[in-house]
Unconditional design. Structure first.
Length: 378
């Protein structure tokens, strides 16, 4: 039975593209069904996703006898081009366990990228570094936390067979937050509290737009030299902020001020996957009401730290270490006391981000999952 690849053009095609995940992962106990409305919003070029203001993407379905058996995207991002000219990307790479399907999907994405003048293919990223980057290569039996991807083990086999090589690993680090941090960390926190120059505050949700803009300014500066970094635009911050606002809680997001100047931040999210897993991706007719009720006073076992950063002029300083551990400790306390959490996840963290790796190790974290980004010359 031959495999055919066709572009996603209609609303019915987009529905099939989104729904395919249930065919690929339905029997995987570690998979958490995504909210279908979120995925539709991500890929809708004429929708609200401001990524399309600086990026162009195409989507395809692989079919066998008219039945969808795989999917893939390919995308070119102008902001990526400004940093690495000729770099095109692909993602949404999901398919049944058949090497011929994987090969056909990759070849289709590569052909589109060549047609756009790209000379290097990189993936998977769905759609970019701020969405779900990397292919899961270890930790398949661990449920992903909120906004983290999950994949089948056979994907890596076929990516390597297509001539790709891994260029960066992204790690998720997990730890027990039910117990105090090691004595060294406690001493650092105490020293920061006694010094008087550092103030750690909660965000003010009544000023959510202004606080989001502040975090953006610190983030874009703090992460500017990281591998694969692409700056978030103001429109993207507004878009993400609107989506995240219902799951942002003031005691889980902290701003660090040094001599009165906001210079660092840490964002922590309750693992909403625990609250949506039984919704099977559907918010209607009753899923939305269930989720809103659960978010009133969420109780979860895990927390995730997706982002933290400090302005460049303080990076590598003793003050930066103090602020980082103070924010982590205050959020740890809130997570346990107010949400019933016992586990925390920091990630993803780039394999060569030594400052963040050192922080993760200092609080007794261990790598629980690894995602890998691959590249290939075209």
């Amino acid at each position: 039975m031959t495999v055919s690849i066709r572009p996603v053009l209609s609303g019915a095609d987009r529905k099939a593209f989104v729904d395919l995940a249930w065919r690929i992962y339905g029997d995987d106990p570690a998979w958490v069904p995504p909210l279908k409305s979120e995925v539709h919003g991500l890929i809708a070029e004429r929708g609200s996703n401001p990524w399309f203001e600086h990026g162009e993407a195409a989507f395809w379905l692989a079919e066998r006898d008219g039945v969808p058996v795989g999917r893939v995207s390919a995308q070119v991002d102008r902001l990526v081009q400004e940093r690495r000219p000729g770099l095109g990307q692909w993602g949404f790479f999901d398919y049944v366990d058949d090497p011929s399907v994987g090969a056909a999907l990759i070849a289709t994405a590569e052909a589109w990228l060549r047609g756009k003048g790209m000379t290097i293919a990189q993936g998977p990223l769905s759609l970019g570094i701020w969405d779900e980057p990397g292919l899961l290569v270890s930790g398949f039996d661990t449920r992903p936390t909120v906004m983290m991807g999950h994949h089948r083990a056979w994907f890596e086999r076929d990516v390597l067979a297509a001539g790709y090589r891994g260029v960066r690993d992204l790690h998720a680090w997990e730890l027990d937050i039910s117990k105090p941090f090691p004595p060294l960390v406690q001493r650092i926190v105490a020293a920061g509290e006694k010094g008087g120059r550092i103030r750690i505050r909660e965000i003010d949700k009544a000023r959510f737009a202004q606080e989001a803009a502040l975090v953006l300014s610190i983030l874009n500066e703090a992460w500017s030299e990281n591998w694969g970094f692409v700056p978030l635009t103001d429109a993207e911050v507004a878009y993400v902020g609107k989506k995240l606002k219902p799951i942002v809680f003031a005691d889980l997001v902290r701003i660090a001020e040094y001599d009165g100047e906001p210079v660092a931040f840490m964002i922590t999210l309750p693992d909403v996957n625990e609250l949506t897993a039984d919704l099977d991706g559907r918010l209607f007719p009753f899923g939305w009401a269930k989720l809103l009720w659960r978010l009133r006073k969420p109780k979860v076992s895990r927390m995730r730290v997706p982002l933290m950063g400090v302005r460049t002029h303080l990076q590598g300083t003793r003050a930066a270490s103090m602020m980082a551990f103070m924010m982590i400790e205050y959020i740890r306390r809130a997570s346990v006391a107010n949400y019933g959490a016992t586990r925390g996840e920091i990630g993803w963290i780039l394999e060569d981000n030594e400052p963040m790796r050192s922080i993760a190790k200092a609080i007794d974290s261990e790598i629980s999952r690894t995602y890998r980004i691959f590249e290939k010359p075209l």
